[in-house]
Write a protein that binds this ligand. Structure first.
Ligand SMILES: Nc1ncnc2c1ncn2[C@@H]1O[C@H](COP(=O)(O)OP(=O)(O)OP(=O)(O)O)[C@@H](O)[C@H]1O
Ligand SMILES: [Mg+2]
Length: 229
């Protein structure tokens, strides 16, 4: 993905299966969000392909990715702040083509799952920042997507909140048969929930492996020590 002169990502090949959590880490500006944008239709890659199952999917609109089961959250909110917590999830249901009744049922089910059922009637704008993250995950899981891409869901969370979030993330492949691509700077969370980890630096893959392998990987240590992780 190139922006005018700048090559934001190049030489990256990444695959996610439905039964796993793949961690995506790298210093600030490494290209993680850009990669998620490309993988969800928010940016059209200048070169390379995006495939969903056996089908080539780059060039499709974000709404088409979403209807085909590829959902995401954003690094910064993007909630409807004037709607209630419940309505935020309900609207996501209508957006993926569910009926009103189905959307309501999804909202009830998912808010319970993320632990926000007691705040369902609250205005979304009044939620604590860390609750917004969980609401975003509930919205992304509407309609049982096959893949979900989470952009820094633990940002700003306490250790206890991160711990709860880790369980929620692990539940996505386990209970929903949905693959997860997890961008996260919180290493405790990434190391704990990822089955595999993919490391980007300056827009290129510098390492791939299990959490134990990545922890010891010299190029990763160098990228972080030389950067500003
Ligand atoms: N729309 C854009 N136009 C121009 N440059 C962009 C655009 N989006 C991203 N970039 C650049 O691409 C590079 C990768 O940015 P990206 O946001 O993907 O990094 P990141 O790994 O998500 O970083 P962070 O950890 O800070 O969120 C950066 O140099 C950034 O400035
Ligand atoms: Mg980012």
């Amino acid at each position: 993905m190139r922006f005018q002169g700048l090559s934001a990502i190049s030489d990256v090949s990444i695959e996610v299966q439905r039964h796993e959590v793949v961690g995506l880490i790298g210093p600030n500006g490494a290209g993680k969000t850009t990669l998620v944008n490309v993988l969800t239709g928010f940016q059209r890659p200048t070169e390379g392909t995006v495939e969903l199952g056996d089908h080539r999917f780059d060039g499709h609109a974000p709404s088409e990715f979403r209807r085909k089961g590829v959902a995401r959250t954003f690094q910064a909110g993007r909630l409807f702040r004037d709607l209630s917590v419940f309505e935020n999830v309900e609207v996501a249901g209508l957006g993926v083509g569910l009926s009103r009744k189905e959307s309501e049922a999804e909202a009830r089910r998912l808010l319970k799952w993320v632990g926000l059922d007691d705040r369902a009637q609250l205005q979304a704008g009044a939620l604590a920042y860390t609750d917004e993250r969980r609401l975003s995950i509930a919205r992304a899981m509407v309609g049982s997507p096959t893949y979900v891409l989470l952009d820094e869901p633990a940002a700003g969370m306490s250790d206890a909140e991160s711990e709860d979030l880790s369980h929620l993330i692990l539940d996505i492949p386990a209970s929903y048969d949905c693959g997860v691509l997890l961008i996260e700077h919180n290493m405790d969370v990434v190391m704990k929930v990822s089955h595999r980890i993919h490391v980007l630096s300056n827009g290129a893959t510098i390492a791939e492996g299990t959490p134990a392998e990545i922890r010891e990987h010299q190029a990763v240590l160098d990228a972080y020590l030389g950067g500003h992780a």
